[in-house]
Design a binder for this molecule. Sequence first.
Ligand SMILES: NC(=O)c1ccc[n+]([C@@H]2O[C@H](COP(=O)([O-])OP(=O)(O)OC[C@H]3O[C@@H](n4cnc5c(N)ncnc54)[C@H](OP(=O)(O)O)[C@@H]3O)[C@@H](O)[C@H]2O)c1
Length: 305
Amino acid sequence: MIKKNILVTGSNGLLGQKIIYELVKRNNVNLIASSRGNNRLVNKSGYNYIDLDITNKKDVDKVILEIQPHAVINCAAMTNVDACENNKKACWDINVNAVEYLARACESVDAHLLHISTDFVFDGNSGPYRENDMPNPLHYYAESKLASEKIVEKIMTRWSIARTIIVYGITDNMSRSNLVLWAKSEIEKGNMINVIDDQFRSPTLAEDLSNGCIKIIDQGAYGIYHLSGPKTYSILELVYIVADFYKLDKSLINPISSDSLNQPAKRPLVTGFVIDKAKENLGYNPVDFFEGIAIMDQQIKKNEI
Ligand SMILES: NC(=O)c1ccc[n+]([C@@H]2O[C@H](COP(=O)([O-])OP(=O)(O)OC[C@H]3O[C@@H](n4cnc5c(N)ncnc54)[C@H](OP(=O)(O)O)[C@@H]3O)[C@@H](O)[C@H]2O)c1
């Protein structure tokens, strides 16, 4: 059996880890995980790990030339929206320049590149959005992600872009929290939390996003795909659902408007995706938020990731 080489960049992140833990189960894949610094996954067997900073063009070229991957899944990014606003150079280096290095290197060895993008490419005035709706980024992170999409589309022959929305889940040694973990932990500690009531999103279970990405690679599905959860809620509704699930004190949730938050980067109000294309073409079938929290809760309880 000829094994396909698959390289995952940003494998220490939430999505990266889920993809590694799924692909490592396959015996027809030669799996290479890569991220900045040490491998933070607890399970280190069944795949190879490379310390790869994707902003280093020489290293990107060398790794891709050596591996000759069938596919590369780029999960590496600077994902903190306000940090991107405050450190534009680092944001552009990671989210745009490095994606160009990956795209050029993949093109030179005829690899399929799957790049991950965001609902934030849209302005939030007319969600839910389809793949061919017109982007209009409101902040620097969003601008950087849209610029990376355009580079991939322009340079490459075999490319896919998976856009996603508020990813929640749990995995090993996380460098970053997410909505479910943040709300649960703050309310459990008895802290009052301010929660936005005028922004609407379709939350995405990390496993669903990971499965959607793998389907894209398996099926050689090129182009743009919207991969989110199936339903749109306000952020406030999502936090109430988390509080209900864990039977937490909802009086600690303080609804506020986006304007009163004064964040460095202005967020779009109503996003959400129409996911019909992914459902029809890929067989993508994500769970709703209620089911997603229950799945995540089982993983927290079993300490299984
Ligand atoms: N999470 C969401 O709600 C969400 C929503 C929309 C779109 N997305 C997109 O989905 C993708 C995956 O996000 P995620 O949630 O898995 O984010 P994440 O948990 O923050 O993972 C990103 C990973 O990229 C790594 N990384 C950063 N700079 C790097 C570099 N120069 N070289 C190599 N690795 C680098 C980070 O390393 P460290 O851990 O060492 O910092 C981190 O492990 C990203 O493209 C993101 O923009 C995410």
